[in-house]
Design a protein around this ligand. Structure first.
Ligand code: UGA
Ligand code: MN
Length: 242
């Protein structure tokens, strides 16, 4: 089966380096299609040409977050992007597996082979999530019986976005499946909309004993104007160049 990786991305100084790191992982994975969905009204030609150069089969979509959410204290990051990716899959695909891969996480190649034979929904641990350091399904005798996560908050599926994949035929059978614009509850809302029970979850990564993906986060790049105000030893000509 082909893995359809849906990656939300957005314009900022670290965007291209994030995409380079992720692309150099994905280009080694066979039978993979990359759907890159950007939180912007128009496509960035530099991103487009970078993606073309990777040789990875891909689609590059513009998927701006609705303006009404942008002002919120906690914005639902990456939701418009993932929704656009799902719309694209609904339109173009009948087989395979869907995986939401944020542009800043770290992916071991084995995670892709673990998810490849997903029937409904498969899950595995994600490292570096909350103060507990890992978020994972709890597995007994090969069945998922609950979840270990530092932020339960009434969620039926307290898991990270990087910790599950969905079989596309199953996804397509759930015509009302959707990801909510609700910060912190995107995964839970989406998984509930698939109408699965905890018992349906297919545990991967050696019954969830191995970590193959980490929720790493990239430090924000310092904007150039700030550097100028913090540095005092430039010559006048250097300063005027800034
Ligand atoms: C983490 C937590 O999981 C969030 O609950 C929390 O709100 C956030 O940190 C925070 O406190 O800042 P994380 O998932 O790591 O969120 O956030 P990002 O990696 O910044 O965004 C997730 C995905 O959405 C990424 O692929 C990113 O490229 C994309 N994104 C982010 C957008 O498309 N638009 C944005 O404005 C921000
Ligand atoms: Mn992130």
């Amino acid at each position: 089966p082909v893995i359809y990786v849906v990656t939300p991305t957005y314009p900022r100084p670290t965007q291209i380096p994030e995409l380079v790191r992720l692309a150099q992982t994905l280009m080694t994975v066979p039978n993979l299609f990359w759907i890159v969905a950007e939180d912007a009204p128009i496509l960035n030609p530099r991103v487009a040409s970078y993606l073309d150069g990777t040789g990875i089969c891909h689609a590059y979509l513009a998927a701006p977050m609705p303006e009404s959410y942008r002002g919120e204290l906690k914005t639902p990051r990456g939701v418009s992007n993932r929704r656009a990716g799902m719309d694209w899959i609904r339109k173009h695909v009948t087989e395979g597996v869907m995986y939401f891969a944020d542009d800043d996480n770290t992916y071991h190649l084995d995670v892709f082979e673990e998810m490849r034979w997903t029937k409904k929904v498969s899950m595995w641990p994600v490292g570096l999530v909350t103060h507990l350091g890992v978020s994972s399904p709890v597995v007994i005798d090969g069945r998922v019986i609950g979840f270990y996560d530092g932020w339960i908050e009434g969620r039926k599926f307290p898991v990270d976005m990087a910790g599950f994949a969905v079989g596309i035929p199953f996804f397509l059978s759930k015509v009302d499946a959707e990801m909510p614009y609700r910060a912190g509850f995107e995964e839970d809302g989406f998984l509930r909309s698939l109408e699965i029970s905890v018992d349906d979850v297919e545990p991967k990564a050696d019954n969830c004993t191995k970590i193959y993906v980490w929720h790493t986060r990239t430090q924000k790049a310092t904007p150039a104007p700030k550097i100028a105000t913090n540095i005092t030893h430039f010559t006048d000509s250097n300063l005027s160049a800034l």
